[in-house]
Design a protein around this ligand. Structure first.
Ligand code: CAA
Ligand code: NAD
Length: 280
C-alpha cells in the first residue's frame, strides 16, 4: 500500500492520518469543509510540535511526515488510494453515503476500512460494492500513543483483505489483534459499560466526579478516571456507541444513562467542546 485516504480529521481521523504519514505512506485526509479540515490539521501540527519539544522527534522527521500528508474536501483527490480508512461520525447512514462517494472515485483494488467503535461491520461492508474488500480497523484514542488496533472481520471480509489490514496496522508500528464483528468488539464490550456505570454512580450520589476519578486512578492504577476518559473520548461518541450497543444486545448495562443524554443535548461533549464533566 502506498497511498492512504482517511475520511474525517476529528479526534480519530487526525491521529490515523498522522500515524499513516509517519509510516512513510502518502496520506490524504478528507473533511466536510475547509474550516474543520484546518482545525484537524492544526491538531496534528500541535502534537508534532510537542513531540519535537519533548525530543521524541527531530524537526527533520516532522517535516518529512508533513510532506507525506495533505488535506482535502474533494473526494476526487482520493482516486489513487490503495486503502481508505473511514473515521467519521458514528452513524450508519452518514458512513454509507461516504462509502458511495469514495467508491465513485477509487479503483477496484482499493480496500475500505471503518474505524467504527460499535457498528456492525458486516452491515457497513454489505452497503458497498466491495464487501470482500472491507473490514474494521479500530484504533484507540490518542492514536499516536495507543499501541492497539482491533482488526475486525466482517462475515464478508476475504482472507486477503484481513491479512492486508492486519499487516497495515503492523506497518504503522501498532500491535493488532483480530476481533469478531460483535458490537463493541473486545475493548468497548468491557470499557463502555464501565464508563456508563461510572455515570450511573454519579447520578446515584456515590461520589463527586473528582472523587470517583481519583478513586479509580489511585485505587486501580488507571491512567485516567472514568470521567476524564469519557470527556476525552467525547460524550457524543460515547452516547452513540451506548445506543448502538444497547440496540444490539438489549442489556441494561449498555443503555445510556439519562445524565449522559442530557449533557450531549446541552452540547457538553467533553474536551473537544471545552466542557464535559470538567471545564477545559
Ligand atoms: N506529543 C508527543 N508525545 C506525547 C504527547 C504529545 N502531545 N503527549 C504525550 N506524549 C508522550 C509522552 O512524552 C510520554 O512518552 P514517554 O513515556 O516516552 O515519556 C507518553 O506519550 C505518555 O505521555 P505522558 O506520560 O505525558 O502523559 P500521560 O501519562 O498523561 O499519558 C495517555 C497520556 C497515554 C493518553 C494516558 O493518559 C492514557 O493512556 N489514558 C487512557 C487512554 C485510553 O484509555 N484510551 C482509549 C479510549 S477508548 C477508545 O479509544 C476506543 C473507542 O472506541 C471509544
Ligand atoms: P469526531 O467528532 O472527533 O470527528 C468526526 C469528524 O468526521 C468530524 O471532524 C466531522 O466533520 C467529520 N465528518 C463527518 N461526516 C463526514 C463526512 N461525510 N466526510 C468526511 N468527514 C466527515 O469523532 P471521532 O471521535 O474522531 O470518531 C470518529 C469515528 O471513530 C467514530 O466512528 C467513532 O465511533 C470512532 N472512534 C472514536 C474513538 C474516540 O475515542 N473518540 C475511539 C475509537 C473509534
Amino acid at each position: 500500500m502506498k497511498t492512504i485516504g482517511v475520511l474525517g480529521c476529528g479526534l480519530m481521523g487526525a491521529g490515523i492520518a498522522q500515524v499513516s504519514a509517519a509510516a512513510g505512506l502518502r496520506t490524504i485526509v478528507l473533511e466536510v469543509n475547509e474550516a474543520v479540515l484546518a482545525r484537524g490539521l492544526g491538531r496534528i501540527e500541535k502534537f508534532l510540535a510537542t513531540s519535537v519539544e519533548k525530543g521524541k522527534m527531530t524537526a527533520d522527521e516532522k517535516a518529512r511526515l508533513l510532506a507525506n500528508l495533505s488535506g482535502t474536501t474533494a473526494y476526487a483527490d482520493l482516486k489513487d488510494c490503495d486503502l481508505v480508512i473511514e473515521a467519521i461520525v458514528e452513524n450508519v447512514d452518514v458512513k454509507r453515503q461516504a462509502y458511495a462517494a469514495v467508491e465513485a472515485v477509487v479503483g477496484p483494488h482499493c480496500l475500505l476500512a471503518t474505524n467504527t467503535s460499535s457498528l456492525c461491520v458486516t452491515e457497513l461492508a454489505a452497503s458497498t460494492t466491495r464487501p470482500d474488500r472491507f473490514g474494521g480497523l479500530h484504533f484507540f484514542n490518542p492514536v499516536p500513543l495507543m499501541k492497539l488496533v482491533e482488526v475486525i472481520r466482517a462475515l464478508t471480509t476475504s482472507d486477503a483483505t484481513h491479512q492486508a489490514l492486519f499487516a497495515f496496522a503492523q506497518a504503522l508500528g501498532k500491535e493488532p489483534v483480530t476481533a469478531p464483528d460483535r458490537g463493541g468488539f473486545i475493548v468497548n464490550r468491557l470499557l463502555i459499560p464501565y464508563m456508563l456505570d461510572a455515570i450511573r454512580c454519579l447520578e446515584g450520589g456515590l461520589g463527586t466526579v473528582e472523587d470517583i476519578d481519583t478513586a479509580m486512578k489511585l485505587g486501580c492504577g488507571h491512567p485516567m478516571g472514568p470521567f476524564t476518559l469519557t470527556d476525552f473520548v467525547g460524550l457524543d461518541t460515547t452516547y452513540f456507541i451506548a445506543n448502538i450497543m444497547f440496540e444490539e444486545f438489549r442489556e441494561a448495562r449498555f443503555a445510556p444513562p439519562p445524565l449522559l443524554k442530557r449533557m450531549v443535548l446541552a452540547g457538553h461533549l467533553g474536551k473537544k467542546s471545552g466542557r464535559g464533566f470538567y471545564q477545559y
